[in-house]
Structures are given as structure tokens and as C-alpha cells.
Design a protein around this ligand. Structure first.
Ligand code: KG4
Ligand code: ZN
Length: 345
């Protein structure tokens, strides 16, 4: 089967074409093309995503991005077996661009339409390639908008275990980066600075790290960083690049410690042999290294799956990958974008 995946939940416009065999549990899915247009330069200029601006950019690029995906895959629309699109959650203006484009193409090209939840899509970046997770499996989704722990029992069968009560992990990275004067998106910048910093320099809080549930809270960490920056220790006069590097390292380790603790706890409680990570923050090397270290240290018989960095952040390929394991919707023209779409379970 050949599926075109369309992704427009936030500032990215993604279209990708993937080939796979949905009759196999692994899907044996590979990428034929994966095209992404980002308005990141605009976001860096304004310090974040301005929803209306993001949607305006997406209207301009959605058709060229889809055409480019077909061209790179050396395919015609008639070669496609289905079209997949993210219908939520996300920014309503951005979602509408992708959903309406997908509905129109489904009608014009006479192709089935598959509606994919963006959060589920992130996890399915792990199903691209040869070595894929098997069920049951714990999934940690860490992105700019979400921090969720999910137990995957099978394709389409998952149980939400917990999530953030306030800021998402990526949001916390971005907000702390802003406090450090770093441009958006701040996660990768904090991570780079942290490599040369001392993670023990500042004792930052690890909210909810010892709570027995699978919930998270990151807004207190951001507040602690804001307070620290205004204390004498880190006051402007002493706010050297060394202090900045140490703060970045201390922020990163505080976020990672909580994510690792709860993910390991979930894997132990549900006795799974597989953990998968997904979302933009999954490209954080410390998170992946620390998870790997903990699994080894505790002698857990657990395999860890993490997509390559290009498939961690938003893209069309993960949406097409998820679609291999879903049924098309009966009436494509009735599909509605849903900015608050939850993980159905
Ligand atoms: O999944 P994604 O592209 O978009 C959402 O669906 O939200 O995730 C974007 C988030 C941003 O908050 C960004 O700062 C964060 O992922 N991020 C990182 C890294 N790369 C991206 N955070 C920490 N370390 C990284 N290396
Ligand atoms: Zn995302």
C-alpha cells in the first residue's frame, strides 16, 4: 500500500509518501518521500508561534509541499492507495488547512481518507523502518504541547496512563530558554549549551518525581528558573556564559530526571519489554542516554525505541505510518478538524 500523509497541526507543513504492508503487524513501512516546510524563521523572529501567521504560511505552501512529495517519490496521484491527515489536536487554523486540502484531494483523486490523531502519529514514527516495537509497549510522548505516558496494547488499543497537569516538557524547555535569552524553539539550544555545563550547579526542583501516579508538572520548574535568574547569584553582573551553561545543564537534567523516573515506573508496573519515546523532545540526547542507562542499571529486560531526530519533530511521514493500521473514514467530506482531540482509548 502507498499512503500520502499530511501534517499541519502547528507551524510545520508536512507531506510524505510511505509504502508498507498493513497485513503485517510490523507494517514493514518505508519512506518514499518526506517533505517539510517550516515557518521557523518567522517564529524565531517573534519568539514563538503566532497561530494566524502559521496558518497563512501553510495556505501558501500546502499544495507545493504535496506536489513535491509526489515528485520526489516519482509517483502520480493515481499511484496512491489512500490519503492520511492529522485532524487534531493542534491549532485550529493550521489543522483546517491540512484537513480541507486532504478532503478535497480525496474527492478529486477518488482516494480513501484516513484521519490520524497527531499524538498517535508521533508514536508511529517508531514504526518506520525494519526494527519496530512489539506490544505491549509503554509510550512516552514529549513534545511542545504534550507530555503523556500511554500503554499500547495493540494497534488502535491504548490506555492513557497520565500526562502533564500544566506545561509540557518541550514547553518548559522553550520557556526556560526564553528566560536565558535563547531563541525559539529553545529545547535544542538548551541541550547544546548544557553539553558544556555542570548539571549539579543549580539544585532545581523535580516536580512530582516521587508521586506514585504517571502525571507530570513542569510550570514550577520554569518559575524556579525565573526566580533564580533574578537572585543575586545569577544577577546580570555575574550572568556570565558559564552561569548560563550551568543553568542550561541544570534545567535539562531536572526535566530529564522526571521523565526517566516516571517512564521506568510505568514499564515496571505494566511489566512491558518495550519502551518507545516520541515527539520533539525525544531528539534530546540526554533523555535517550539516561533512559538507556537506567534500563541497563536496573537490569530490565527492556528494549528502547526512539525515532531519528528528523522524525521526532512534526512531519507527514509519522501520520502516513499510523494510517497503515487504521481504517478509512466512511464519509471523507464530513471530517472535521478538532483542536482538542484527545487520545481515544
Ligand atoms: O513534536 P514537536 O515538533 O511539536 C509539537 O507537536 O509540539 O516538538 C517541539 C518541541 C519544542 O518544544 C522543542 O523545543 C522541543 O520539541 N525539542 C527539544 C529538542 N529538540 C526539539 N527539546 C529538548 N531537546 C532537544 N534536542
Ligand atoms: Zn507534534
Amino acid at each position: 500500500m502507498i499512503i500520502l500523509g499530511i501534517e499541519t497541526t502547528c507551524d510545520e507543513t508536512g507531506a510524505a509518501i510511505l509504502e508498507g504492508d498493513p497485513s503485517l503487524r510490523s507494517g514493514r513501512i518505508h519512506i518514499l518521500s518526506n517533505v517539510l516546510a517550516s515557518s521557523a524563521l518567522l517564529q524565531a523572529k517573534y519568539g514563538g508561534v503566532i497561530p494566524e501567521q502559521a496558518a497563512r504560511e501553510q495556505i501558501k505552501v500546502i499544495i507545493p509541499v504535496i506536489e513535491e512529495a509526489l515528485q520526489q517519490a516519482k509517483l502520480r496521484p493515481s499511484d496512491l492507495d489512500a490519503i492520511a491527515v492529522t485532524h487534531g489536536p493542534g491549532l485550529i487554523g493550521s489543522l483546517l488547512v491540512g484537513v480541507e486540502a486532504a478532503k478535497t484531494l480525496s474527492l478529486v483523486w477518488n482516494k480513501p481518507l484516513i484521519a490520524v490523531n497527531h499524538l498517535v502519529g508521533h508514536f508511529y514514527a517508531n514504526w518506520i523502518g525494519k526494527d519496530v516495537p512489539v506490544f505491549p509497549c509503554i509510550g512516552l510522548l514529549v513534545s511542545g504541547g504534550h507530555t503523556d505516558l500511554v500503554l499500547f496494547k495493540d494497534h488502535g488499543k491504548y490506555q492513557y496512563l497520565g500526562g502533564t497537569r500544566d506545561d509540557a516538557a518541550g514547553e518548559c524547555f522553550d520557556k526556560c530558554a526564553r528566560l536565558l535569552g535563547l531563541p525559539y524553539p529553545g529545547g535544542p539550544k538548551i541541550s547544546k549549551l548544557a553539553q558544556k555545563g555542570n548539571p549539579k550547579a543549580f539544585d532545581l526542583p523535580r516536580p512530582m518525581i516521587d508521586s506514585p501516579d504517571f502525571d507530570f508538572s513542569f510550570s514550577g520548574l520554569k518559575t524556579a528558573v525565573a526566580n533564580l535568574i533574578h537572585t543575586s547569584e545569577v544577577r546580570k553582573s555575574s550572568y556570565t556564559s558559564e552561569v548560563k551553561r550551568n543553568l542550561a545543564a541544570s534545567i535539562e537534567v531536572a526535566i530529564v530526571d522526571v521523565l526517566v523516573k516516571k517512564t521506568i515506573l510505568a514499564a515496571q508496573k505494566f511489566r512491558v519489554k518495550q519502551i518507545m519515546v516520541a515527539g520533539g523532545v525525544a531528539s534530546n540526547q540526554k533523555l535517550v542516554n539516561d533512559l538507556r542507562f537506567k534500563i541497563k542499571d536496573l537490569r530490565m529486560n527492556v528494549q528502547l525505541y526512539v525515532p531519528p531526530p528528523s522524525l521526532c519533530t512534526d512531519n507527514g511521514a509519522m501520520i502516513a505510518a499510523a494510517a497503515f493500521f487504521q481504517k478509512p473514514i466512511k464519509d471523507p467530506l464530513k471530517l472535521q478538524a478538532d483542536p482538542n482531540l484527545a487520545l481515544a482509548y
